[in-house]
Design a binder for this molecule. Sequence first.
Ligand SMILES: Cc1ncc(COP(=O)(O)O)c(C=O)c1O
Length: 379
Amino acid sequence: MPLFDVYPLYNVTPVSGKGIHVYDDNGTEYLDLYGGHAVISIGHAHPNYVKAVTNQVETLGFYSNAIQNPLQKQLADKIETLSGCKGYELFLCNSGAEANENALKLASFKTGKKRVLAFSNGFHGRTSAAVAATDNKNIIAPINAQQAVTILPLNDIEGVKAELEKGDVCAVIVEFIQGIGGLDQGTAEFFEAIDKLCKANNTMFIADEIQCGYGRSGKFFAFQHYDVTPDIISLAKGMGNGFPIGGILIHPDIKSKYGMLGTTFGGNHLACAAGLAVLNTIEEEKLIANVNVMSEYLMSIAKTIPQIKKIKGRGLMLGLEFDFEVGDLRKELIYNHHMFTGGAANKKLLRILPPLNIEKEHINQFFDALKKALKEFEK
Ligand SMILES: Cc1ncc(COP(=O)(O)O)c(C=O)c1O
């Protein structure tokens, strides 16, 4: 049976991984500066992670959300400790889109309203309300388009004010660092104005931390670079280091009731074991401090390369902007230098999203290869 053909694929077949590297079916080593879309947070096949997941699957991989599962509470407590987000409550699901669906649904339950405000170039997932809040008409089917969504330019404070004052907006959803859109960020003034306007207009402020969260920005959450208190924080990607897990942190002003949200697989034993191993490793190996050191190092070298016209993003969620489209450069890096990098909606941007335990030697290897690849291009 053929696979439904929706992904343009590189001709590489990784079969194993270790740390910052993956290995293909011929044994060729690749440096992974993309982490499979910002998913690999603590590195491939990290021994703590392998041990925790193996032990758990040998013991109890799954039971439904009808029984006590102390691992969920352990995970919630660990997120609270590492993020410093006190008093929030955790709901677990399986993916980023699902986290945002639950976030938007909860905002609508809480406020009794249904219009969503989102921003240009934002991406929030491919399902129902999440895709409707995504600024990409190509992935919005007619069934999704029935959702009431208004998209405004980033930093349009007056626009946000005017829309919220109409009284029908349940949620403002924002990525504090845009991912696939191209690493753009709103200003502090903008984010802080949204926070105040949401509070003044009974609108829920949703921080989509699916890509920029879990330490990638240099703080546990990217919104923590600003003076804001989101009502709902959505998580996925780095949370499971490849195990499918997502979640939302919910402000205690939003009260739960039985049946309000639910899932079969979300928060299962195996997912929680993976999630706990990730957080324990982030803590033990001081990975957020490493993000800041490596980010500074990477940017300092990027600044010396004349072909790089702009550096976007923060922490280890970076975009290197050139004055040409980077599709062929990425191919050159993969096929001739064995390095994975990412692209974005902005075709001139090379996206760098490595595991958070990357070291200077890997960054040096990347820039050596990039310089060689750029020379090839000039020929
Ligand atoms: C910011 C953001 N939100 C939501 C999603 C959707 O996550 P998933 O692909 O796990 O559904 C993504 C995925 O790329 C993302 O980057």
